[in-house]
Design a protein around this ligand. Structure first.
Ligand SMILES: [Cu+2]
Length: 182
């Protein structure tokens, strides 16, 4: 029974400066630093994520929580002659509009709302990538012979267009102008 004796405190004092225990602490130090660094990195990432979420929440908070019932209903026809009828539509700022879009044609069409830049971007991407839709656009595809409805509220008085980006249709003039009045 001599083993317990060697564990007495006064005997620990005469051990070399770097005891096995201290060595253990040192070896632990590196991973701990790495861990702290990881936490810092993750923390930064979380902050960045929170910032992103915050931005989108801010943007969303400007829109109504629930889609309100439309104040105005506009009947739209998409034709075989690659036209959106009516070619001009007038809406009011901040008032929900319901577009009832009927595709009277024998080919599929689209009904996409967005400013000129968004229309151009969607047109380019429809051609090159096959269908990416800019975030600021709202719209839908309308298969031949079908009628689809979309509710939209315009929050800017800037010029907006409705466009169809089935290959060649927009260039052929398949667009309508929407004026937003206050
Ligand atoms: Cu079309």
């Amino acid at each position: 029974m001599r083993q317990p004796k060697s564990r007495r405190p006064h005997e620990l004092d005469v051990l070399p400066r770097v005891t096995p225990l201290r060595r253990l602490e040192r070896s632990r130090r590196v991973p701990r630093r790495t861990f702290v660094r990881l936490v810092a990195i993750l923390g930064t990432a979380a902050l960045a994520l929170a910032a992103c979420t915050g931005t989108s929440t801010l943007a969303r908070s400007q829109l109504p929580e629930v889609s309100p019932s439309p104040v105005q209903v506009i009947d739209v026809a998409l034709s075989d002659t690659l036209r959106i009828d009516p070619a001009t539509m007038a809406v009011k700022l901040g008032e929900p509009v319901r577009f009832v879009v009927k595709n009277t044609a024998t080919v599929d069409h689209e009904f996409f709302l967005g400013d000129a830049a968004a229309q151009d971007q969607h047109e380019a991407e429809m051609v090159s990538l096959g269908g990416a839709i800019p975030e600021e656009m709202d719209g839908m595809s309308v298969p031949a012979g079908s009628t689809k409805t979309i509710d939209h509220t315009f929050w800017s008085t800037a010029s907006v267009y409705a466009g169809c980006h089935v290959r060649g249709h927009y260039q052929a003039g398949m667009r309508a102008t929407i004026t937003v009045a206050q």
